[in-house]
Design a protein. Structure first.
Length: 319
């Protein structure tokens, strides 16, 4: 059985992004011996893969990751802003080139991603880093596109699709969540589903690179559309506490020893044709139920269109 670990070695970061979901806290470092102990105990029952985020992973010393890579973990995927890695690649080379390791960079259009010097991480710098890692690794690297209320108009989505088209590299759209500073630029969920529908309609040629849409089209599960997330994912925070997923860890709600049962938005949901796709993320349901900016009827309408499109594609693919 496979289990996916979200590991946050530290809550500290060299960037100061306006959408960051991590809360401002005292400096924390996840004890590596404690982490390796969790991994080795889980490995008796699960096949373990991981993503490393935070905080910024490369604030931590490389000896930390030597120990992690020597553990019974199958894979270690770093999700980083990559500035420290770009500035000191030779120091990190043995970690990045390790056969268990993969690398991803975080990026989105707009001026919300800034380093500690208040410099915007621009599209030009993003491409500069991509070319650098292509030279060092032989390929462009995965990127995480954070979607906020300020970078989600359709012109920007067209520009995002053009970036994917140029790089031809896997990426993931990740809407902001209501945690930390991210609460100030939270994107209503009907808008995020509307954008998925727009991409499916206008940019079909790049969908094969974009998570979580591409997995849904292939009848595979991918957060936040995974019905098995509570059994297949564990989030390990920098303070050592365990949660069902990273979004819950960011908010410090629903640790593994608390109840996290599935709920419905409204009574009609139980018999809705879109139920399997729609009601698969507890955090999404919680935010839809509580946030005044979210219109549940608008969300249901967009999700119905999205679900029908996914099902039609699956049926054509099966034939």
């Amino acid at each position: 059985m496979r289990k996916f670990l979200i590991i946050k070695p530290t809550n500290q970061c060299n960037f100061d992004c306006s959408f960051c979901s991590s809360k401002n806290e005292e400096k924390q470092l996840l004890d590596i011996d404690y982490l390796v102990g969790i991994i080795n105990s889980l490995s008796d029952k699960y096949s373990l893969d991981s993503v490393i985020n935070g905080g910024e992973p490369f604030i931590v010393d490389k000896e930390y990751y030597r120990k992690l890579l020597d553990s019974k973990i199958n894979s270690v995927s770093f999700q980083s802003n990559c500035e420290l890695l770009y500035e000191n690649f030779d120091y990190w080379k043995e970690i990045i080139l390790h056969p268990k390791t993969s690398l991803g960079i975080s990026f989105q259009l707009g001026n919300q991603r800034k380093n500690s010097k208040d410099e915007v991480f621009t599209k030009e710098k993003f491409f500069k880093y991509q070319e650098f890692f292509k030279e060092k690794l032989g390929h462009y690297i995965f990127f995480l596109y954070v979607m906020t209320s300020d970078n989600s108009n359709l012109d920007q989505i067209d520009e995002f699709a053009e970036i994917v088209r140029k790089l031809k590299v896997d990426c993931r759209i990740s809407p902001t969540v209501k945690s930390g500073k991210g609460s100030n630029c939270y994107i209503p969920q009907y808008r995020s589903i509307k954008i998925y529908n727009y991409l499916l309609r206008k940019h079909k040629d790049v969908i094969r690179y974009i998570s979580p849409i591409k997995e849904l089209l292939l009848n595979k599960e991918k957060c936040p559309f995974s019905l098995n997330c509570r059994s297949s994912i564990t989030d390990i925070e920098a303070d050592g506490k365990l949660y069902f997923c990273g979004a819950m860890g960011d908010r410090k709600i629903f640790s593994l020893d608390e109840d996290c049962s599935m709920t419905y938005l409204k009574k009609e949901c139980e018999n809705c044709n879109a139920l399997q796709i729609c009601h698969s993320c507890y955090i999404r349901i919680k935010d839809l139920s509580e946030d005044e900016k979210d219109d549940i009827d608008l969300y249901c309408g967009q999700m119905s269109v999205f679900s029908d499109t996914i099902k039609e594609f699956r049926e054509r693919n099966e034939k």
